[in-house]
Design a binder for this molecule. Structure first.
Ligand code: PMP
Length: 364
């Protein structure tokens, strides 16, 4: 087999090797079916079994309470920027609160503004989105129809250590870039959504966990494909679901349960991995500086800059030559971003750590 690199891409991102290997073994013939999952009818017993099992395992892994629906949708994280306000804001005569801690939250707000009244409960613009607000800083509207926040900002590498408190107002979360990386108190939320292509599987499927009472807000006039209620009533098979992507999500969930040992274990591992990189940054005497403030550094996306930006190009080139790829930061933040999702093995983090230490010794 060709040698695999350590891929620090922000998404689509590295998948667990055992998952890829199992998918490879079952690619041409899914056991007992004589055909690939890609070739199966989504109404077949075999596929319905895959989908039912995936949902059941995901619910068990996350501890999703019975009064929440789990939906497998399409359209990525971005379609949720629109579906959330279409279903939960449109026609309510109320306004929705948005907490802005980075690029994705701002984009979510833009889409909500097309649908109705919105307010900004906090905006981290002043510090170029390098931190999350304290509870006291949030200017929440007690009559808001929901509060939206981005628990991990993929571009800035800023992560909420815990959920903001919103009282009786439903909390809506874009969890795209941290989903399944740590346990979640689901009952604090009205709705959580995540595109799959970071921690949960390949691009093409988006997971939505929604409290059942909120489904009553989906207007009858909404196009079926854009209505949470329609998808929930059809058990995520209103149209052909993203079958293969969904099957891989099932394999990832199985890996998290059986190989990793659950989300607590995953969280501990993620904390250890991130600490190894932040330690290099902190002990580099300013050669590297982190973007996020210490108390809200992301465990998933480690963002940093070099004191001397002229070294950016050589850093990238030498890293690639060492098999450490896709480290370039987003242009709005600059520098570098090491995305170390669940499937990035500790060995990959250690290899990057050694590379960073070595590079600083040579150029510092
Ligand atoms: N939200 C967050 C936090 C993201 O990181 C991304 C993708 N990087 C999106 C939303 C958009 O997802 P998609 O490209 O699947 O629409």
């Amino acid at each position: 087999m060709e040698k695999r690199v350590y891929n620090f891409s922000a998404g689509p991102a590295v998948l667990p090797l055992p998952v890829l290997e199992k998918a490879q073994r079952e690619l041409v013939c899914y056991p007992g079916q004589g055909m690939s999952v890609m070739e199966m009818s989504h109404r077949s017993d075999a596929f319905i079994e895959i989908m039912t099992r995936t949902e059941r395992d995901l619910r068990a892994l996350l501890g999703v309470p019975d009064n929440y629906k789990v939906l497998f949708l399409q359209g990525g994280g971005r379609l949720q920027f629109s579906m959330v306000p279409m279903n939960l804001l449109r026609g309510t005569g109320k306004s929705a609160d948005y907490i802005l801690t980075g690029s994705w939250g701002k984009d979510a707000l833009k889409e909500a503004q097309r649908e109705g009244e919105t307010r900004v409960a906090w905006d981290g613009k002043e510090g170029n989105y390098h931190r999350v607000p304290s509870q006291a800083e949030l200017k929440l509207d007690p009559n808001a129809t929901y509060v939206h926040f981005t628990i991990n900002e993929t571009i800035q590498g800023v992560q909420f250590p815990r959920e903001p408190e919103t009282g009786n107002v439903p909390l809506v979360c874009d969890a795209s870039s941290e989903f399944l990386s740590r346990p979640v108190p689901i009952n604090k939320y009205g709705l959580i959504y995540a595109c799959a292509q970071k921690n949960a599987g390949p691009a093409g499927v988006t997971i939505v966990i929604v409290r059942e009472d909120l489904l009553a807000r989906s207007a009858e006039s909404l196009p079926g494909m854009l209505s949470y209620k329609v998808h929930a009533d059809a058990d995520s098979a209103f149209n052909t679901p993203p079958c293969y992507a969904l099957y891989v999500v099932g394999l990832v969930v199985e890996w998290l349960r059986d190989t990793i040992g659950g989300l607590d274990k995953m969280h501990q591992l993620n904390q250890k991995k991130a600490a190894r990189l932040y330690e290099v940054i902190d002990q580099s005497n300013g050669f590297y500086t982190g973007h996020a403030t210490n108390d809200c550094r992301s465990l998933m996306n480690v963002t940093f800059r070099m004191k001397n930006a002229e070294l950016d190009k050589p850093f990238n080139k030498e890293a690639e030559a060492a098999g450490l790829v896709t480290l370039k930061g987003h242009r709005s933040v600059g520098g570098f971003r090491a995305s170390i999702y669940n499937a990035m093995p500790p060995e990959g983090v250690e290899a990057l750590r050694e590379f960073m230490l070595d590079f600083a010794r040579k150029h510092g």
